[in-house]
Design a protein around this ligand. Structure first.
Ligand SMILES: [Zn+2]
Length: 138
């Protein structure tokens, strides 16, 4: 019996997994195979804590089309939505949506933590994509 791909990839879907250089300990997200700090290629998987601070953010009031040009009709993409640059506690920065927050309460420097949410669900085969988002720490 084959295990559905969604379960085999569970680790990837429900964790922020990047890389840590075994030579100089620099950390990267998303993962990369060569260290930009020392040129090392011995990169180890590293699971980030999933906490960080907002570096900057923008409030988007325009619906985002999916790759086929259709407007995504899922609650997570209801507008307005907030995209933020987040610096993880371990150092790397990434861009992610801030959810479940009062937009007026979002400020540069605020602490956030990762959550994993369904991004897209399509068609009769029910292809589901999961991804990371962040919310304000209380
Ligand atoms: Zn390195």
């Amino acid at each position: 019996m084959t295990v559905p791909r969604i379960w085999r990839k569970n680790q990837q879907y429900y964790n922020l997994v990047g890389k840590k250089c075994s030579e100089c300990s620099a950390m990267f997200f998303p993962p990369r195979s060569v260290c930009t700090e020392c040129g090392g290629i011995a990169m180890l998987d590293h699971r980030f804590q999933g906490v960080g601070n907002i570096v900057t953010f923008t409030v988007n009031r325009t619906p985002m089309p999916d790759p086929e040009g259709e407007i995504l009709d899922i609650p997570a993409r209801s507008i307005p939505y907030v995209l933020a640059v987040i610096r993880l506690a371990e150092g790397p920065s990434l861009t992610a949506e801030i959810i479940e927050a009062d937009i007026d309460g979002i400020e540069i420097g605020k602490k956030v933590s990762v959550v994993f949410r369904k991004l897209v669900e399509k068609g009769e085969r029910g292809i589901i994509q999961y991804g990371y988002k962040f919310r304000l720490e209380r």
